[in-house]
Design a protein around this ligand. Structure first.
Ligand SMILES: [Zn+2]
Length: 330
């Protein structure tokens, strides 16, 4: 186990040093024009247009693709958009968000509980088993109609955790179980699994991320205790998945839940693809790539570097499960 990376592509992020985040929106562009200045304004616009055309034709603005993103979005006040999400490139490359249904760009920064409480995954009564309590929440303001509503999200969380291929089959630490508790219960849940808009996720997970990712936040220690852990599932990924899962949105959703919850129960480190053609480890950043070399190129973490060329070039198959072979008797 290594310490957590500070790399922007690392989707395991600690909130402790960040302080409160106040989701904000860019101010509305407000333009006042006196009528007598209208003619002047038209001339200015024509002049600017000509300048832009000249720059485009001469390549004078080459390299400006990396410019600040704030300059290109004049519709930030809409709750949702069918256009590119913030940070979404226009051409497809490693780690990109696939095209797909509309996603609310920014919610309210507050969450409400969804689903039915009481579900239990694994067997908390087995001696030595650690039981992790969790709630499932959806950010307010997030349009959930494209994936069946918040309760469908919660049902997917419950079902994924209860699957015999999930974390409940691990026996290394004496076994683990999960219990879906009520937000109103007089108990602080170990994990809050929160479906969250892309902008809010970006604000909480880190502003340097160059594609849509999810993350786990902990205000606790670094030993793996879940503490007040927030499992932030990026709604853009929940709706559109990842190129690596080739349209299999169900498997991607299982993956992203298992991966981020894996961080939440103490698996801090990422893991590389062990051999070409094998199943990807659940703690590999499969959202970004299934190839070690790609993740090295993305500076995703030292875990993916390898001394031998074959391992570096290894490409795994997408895998949503911590224990893909199923249960181990628990
Ligand atoms: Zn991760």
């Amino acid at each position: 186990m290594t310490g957590r990376s500070t790399d922007p592509f690392d989707d395991y992020t600690d909130l402790r040093d960040r302080g409160p985040v106040a989701p904000g929106r860019p101010p509305l562009p407000v333009i006042y024009r006196r009528r007598r200045w209208a003619a002047v304004g038209v001339l200015v616009i024509v002049a600017i247009t000509l300048m832009v055309l000249v720059r485009a034709l001469t390549g004078a603005d080459a390299g400006s693709d990396d410019a600040a993103p704030a300059a290109d979005n004049g519709s930030a006040t809409t709750a949702s958009s069918e256009g590119p999400l913030p940070g979404e490139p226009t051409t497809s490359s490693v780690g990109d968000l696939p095209a797909g249904a509309t996603v609310t760009e920014q919610g309210k920064g507050t969450w409400q509980g969804v689903g039915s409480t009481g579900a239990v995954a694994g067997d908390p009564d087995v001696a030595g088993t650690r039981t992790v309590s969790y709630v499932v929440e959806v950010e307010q303001g997030l349009d959930t109609s494209s994936f069946g509503g918040g309760d469908a999200f919660a049902a997917m969380v419950d079902a994924t955790l209860a699957d015999p291929r999930s974390w409940i089959s691990g026996v290394d630490d004496g076994g683990i179980a999960f219990r879906h508790v009520s937000v109103s219960d007089d108990v602080t849940p170990d994990l809050r699994v929160r479906l969250t808009s892309p902008v809010t996720t970006r604000q909480l997970c880190g502003g340097e991320i160059e594609t849509e990712t999810s993350c786990f936040l902990s205000s606790g220690d670094t030993s793996g205790s879940a503490g007040d852990g927030w499992v932030l599932i990026n709604a853009a990924r929940w709706v559109r998945g990842a190129l690596t899962f080739a349209g299999d949105i169900g498997s991607y959703r299982q993956y992203v839940l298992n991966h981020e919850i894996g961080h939440g129960i103490g698996y801090a480190s990422h893991q590389p693809c062990p051999s070409d053609g094998g199943l990807a480890p659940i703690m590999m950043q499969q959202t970004l790539s299934l190839t070690n070399r790609d993740l090295v190129d993305l500076d995703a973490g030292a875990e993916y570097a390898a001394d031998d060329a074959d391992t570096l070039a290894a490409t795994c198959r997408a895998n949503p499960w911590p224990h893909p072979q199923g249960g181990t008797g628990r």
